[in-house]
Write a protein of this length. Structure first.
Length: 299
C-alpha cells in the first residue's frame, strides 16, 4: 500500500512539473516576440504599453499554474492578512526564506491580488532554459554582487551593484509592481543558522542593504511594505515534496505596513541613517520571529 501511494505521489510530481513546463512554453511563444518588439522600438510610451502586455501574459501563466496546483495537490494554504490589497498599488514585499517552495507559494497566494511580482535575481540565472529569457523579457533585475576582494582589486566596481539597483527600479516607475526581497539572502538551513550564530530563534540574520537601496531608488513610490511570514508545519519541504503532494499545509501571514519617509536615505554613506534603518529591519525581524514562535506553540 505504501509503495503504491509513493508511486502515485511521484506520478503527481511528474505531472505537476510537466504542467509547469508546458505552461511556460505556451506563454514563452508570444512573450519573446513582444519583448523583442519592445527592445527594437525605443520609445518610452511604447515600452510602457509592452510592459503591461508582458505582465498580463505572466499573470496568466501564474494563474494557470495556481489552478493546476490547487487541483492536483492536497496542500491547504492557510492565509491571513490579505484585506485591502490592490493591483493598482506599488508594493515592497519581504519574507523569510526556507525553501524553493516559498516562491511558488508567494506566486500562488498573491496572483491577481497585487501587481505582478518581480524578484532580484543572480546574474547566473539568466542562463536557466526558457525562464532566464522570460525573466529578462519581464525586466526582472539581474544582479552581480562584488566581494570586498574584487572591489579591492578593481576599485571601479565599487557602487556598481547600487547603480544597477537604481537603473532596475527606474523601469518600475511606470506600471504598478511588487518587488520581492528575501532579507535573509539565502534559504534557512541549520548549518547556515549555526554559521551565522543568529540572534533569532527561527530566522537567519536579515540583510538590510538591498532593501534600503531599493526603497531609495524608488524614491517614495513604494507606499506599502508587505511583511510575509511563511510557516511549514511539517518542516521545510523540497520542491519535489511539494510537487508530489506531500506538503499538507502551509501557513502564510501577511502584514501591511507603511514605509516611513525617514526610511529613505543614503545607506552606503550616511552612518546615522544606516543605523536607524537596520534598527527598523531588526524590529520587524524580531516580530516575525515572535510570530513564528507563537504559530509553533499553537499547533
Amino acid at each position: 500500500m505504501r509503495v503504491a501511494l509513493n508511486m502515485f505521489g511521484h506520478l503527481v510530481g511528474l505531472l505537476t512539473t510537466l504542467l509547469f513546463v508546458v505552461f511556460t512554453v505556451i506563454v514563452f511563444i508570444p512573450l519573446m516576440p513582444l519583448a523583442l518588439l519592445k527592445w527594437l522600438v525605443p520609445y518610452a510610451s511604447w515600452q510602457v504599453v509592452c510592459n503591461r502586455w508582458l505582465d498580463w501574459l505572466a499573470s496568466h501563466w501564474m494563474n494557470a499554474n495556481a489552478r493546476h496546483q490547487s487541483v492536483l495537490l492536497p496542500t491547504q494554504l492557510q492565509v491571513e492578512g490579505m484585506q485591502g490589497l490592490s493591483v493598482n498599488e506599488w508594493y515592497m514585499l519581504i519574507a523569510n526564506h526556507q525553501s524553493w517552495v516559498d516562491i511558488l507559494v508567494l506566486l500562488r497566494v498573491f496572483n491577481r491580488r497585487i501587481p505582478y511580482l518581480k524578484f532580484f535575481l543572480k546574474q547566473s540565472l539568466i542562463w536557466v532554459p526558457l525562464l532566464g529569457l522570460a525573466w529578462w523579457a519581464l525586466e526582472f533585475p539581474f544582479m552581480k554582487r562584488y566581494s570586498k576582494a574584487e572591489i579591492a582589486k578593481n576599485p571601479a566596481l565599487k557602487g556598481k551593484d547600487i547603480e544597477k539597483t537604481r537603473k532596475a527600479c527606474e523601469k518600475f516607475r511606470h506600471n504598478p509592481v511588487t518587488i520581492i526581497n528575501f532579507l535573509e539572502g539565502t534559504r534557512f538551513t541549520p548549518a547556515k543558522y549555526a554559521q551565522q550564530n543568529s540572534t533569532y530563534t527561527n530566522l537567519l540574520m536579515p540583510k538590510a542593504g538591498g532593501l534600503a537601496f531599493t526603497l531609495a531608488a524608488m524614491n517614495g513610490q513604494l507606499h506599502s511594505l508587505l511583511d510575509v511570514t511563511l510557516y511549514y508545519p511539517e518542516g521545510r519541504p523540497s520542491y519535489w515534496d511539494y510537487a508530489c503532494g506531500k506538503v499538507k499545509a502551509i501557513q502564510v501571514s501577511v502584514r501591511q505596513l507603511p514605509i516611513p519617509p525617514e526610511m529613505l536615505g543614503d545607506y552606503s554613506e550616511d552612518a546615522e541613517f544606516r543605523e536607524r534603518f537596520q534598527a527598523w529591519v531588526n524590529q520587524m525581524w524580531q516580530e516575525k520571529d515572535a510570530l513564528l514562535q507563537q504559530i509553533q506553540a499553537s499547533r
